[in-house]
Design a protein around this ligand. Sequence first.
Ligand SMILES: [Zn+2]
Length: 445
Amino acid sequence: MSDAELVLRSTRVITPEGTRAASVAVADGTITAVLPYDAPVPAGARLEDLGDDVLMPGLVDTHVHVNDPGRTEWEGFWTATRAAAAGGITTLIDMPLNSLPPTTTVDHLRIKQDVARDKAHIDVGFWGGALPDNVKDLRPLHDAGVFGFKAFLSPSGVDEFPHLTRDQLATSLAEIAGFDGLLIVHAEDPHHLAAAPQHGGPKYADFLASRPRDAEDTAIATLIAEAKRLNARVHVLHLSSSDALPLIAEARAEGVRITVETCPHYLTLTAEEVPDGASEFKCCPPIREAANQDLLWQALADGTIDCIVTDHSPSTADLKTDDFATAWGGISGLQVSLPAVWSAARERGHSLEDVVRWMSQRTAALAGLDRKGAIEPGRDADFAVLAPDETFTVDPAHLQHRNRVTAYAGRTLYGVVKSTWLRGERIVAGGEFTEPKGRLLTRPH
Ligand SMILES: [Zn+2]
């Protein structure tokens, strides 16, 4: 047996080759071997016997708005990373906006890293932002280790992060393609949004009509056209419109370098069930109809959609008014994303291995994190320990994120996270957290 300080044993270990009874050996925070269940524990190594609880790779959530510094009354690194850890997430990548400053220059990146350093309970990396006026900052940010660049094609919701016009998209994407970087895009077309009926008020149906599917479809078509022309790598953030799926599948078949994510709320909540005035369900693009949701699941199954990320984007409770037009748009899902997705996935006949592929393996691959996303030798010993058949009811009082507003309140979900491990250390179990042990990550070269 190889050297080990720690051995985690479970009858159900999810590895890239499937689920089996195994013993996972860890030394210096790294997985050194995946051994037979009954392999002898080396002298000096500690055995952690997990029984029948599932040992799976820690989740990698590449879409989180931590808002720190600047809007720390909305969220912060301490609270967001605790919520993530409690939910089995061991790596998050922070979005460049809603913090002040936004992550749009190297100086701003340094400010954010300094703020995050001592508060991170899990590993944290950063996306940069592509704005109309920061093309010259993109390569320095890339060299400083951001994982890629986020751009909006329609207004972002905050003034300091303006969207790109089509010409500006072409300019930024050409610059990013020059160093084979990745552009991640909020794809809603501003002209289609402007042309949609804007009634405002508390009716969810009116809000849904104000963010139509064709706004997404058109923006995605634009993005595909530019990616194809420039042979650039692009990623569609938070896909909600199932109407865009054929476009995406066709582009990929033609060799366009495009990946796609969707979110737990699009997969587990439906427009039909959102109560009027309940703006904890507001996000952009919006939660759509049940029939749309069925097609998103189908696209996950057939690989058209690559991965699932939270788009955790909280605000203070007072900004969640009952007017859908003016309420803050964002859903807080960090802590419950795994059970929410797993509950819906199992009902649809998907396995926990599928969930691991969508929420850990593929998100790690999106970010190029080759030490994350799988239980195999050479990877970080980041784990979630899950009791997949146990249920719990979401009680906002037990959530760790700063503002305990949640669209999942009162839902009974399958999948209790028993503990979460980061580089071989148990960072949370039974609601008890260690001191922050997260590291700041930069894009691997
Ligand atoms: Zn977002």
